[in-house]
Design a protein around this ligand. Sequence first.
Ligand code: SF4
Length: 206
Amino acid sequence: MKILLHVCCAPCSIMSIKKLRELNHDVTGFWYNPNIHPYMEYRSRRDAFRNYSKLIDLPSIYKDEYGLDEFCREVINNLDNRCKSCYAKRICVVAKYAKEHGYDAFCTSLLYSPYQDHEALKEVCYEIAKAFDIEFYYYDFRPYYREGQEEAKRLGIYMQKYCGCIFSEEDRYKKRIERERIKEEIDIEWEKYKKENQIEDLKKEF
Ligand code: SF4
């Protein structure tokens, strides 16, 4: 089968490509991820995939669009459910391209990550496949997650620390931000209490 594989990043693409190739599919990579921010992060991920695709001889297409403003405008009123529209935005472009350029099906490396909402992603892909009259090639790559991560490390491929959008970067630090906020509040209260009760800094003794 001639499959157009949407690639969200190089580490996620490793096992996705390997498994599709093992089944003798003719795979082409398709880079389209306007959800990755800020720009230097976008560039690192795009270039990591560019280098990896050359290494494994994977023909690839780049729809190279950085989209912070547009992405934020689209999701800002529904931040809690932003992932579904983020999947749809990317998959629509992939499915349309696949249909117009004679591919048999499309697939996505997002199916590799256990951190994605797999069921929502699947649903979006099937809906879009129907709308564009092209097959969605479903494959659960998640069981190969560890193997893919090990291979990415071995090859020294850039590995990101958060999903992609600026909101997911904040999520990553949310717990730390909350701890710092509580600590700050306690310090302020303690200073107030010391002043009111004329206490020396006893905190140091504990
Ligand atoms: S968390 Fe990931 S999938 Fe969800 S909106 Fe952000 S970039 Fe897209």
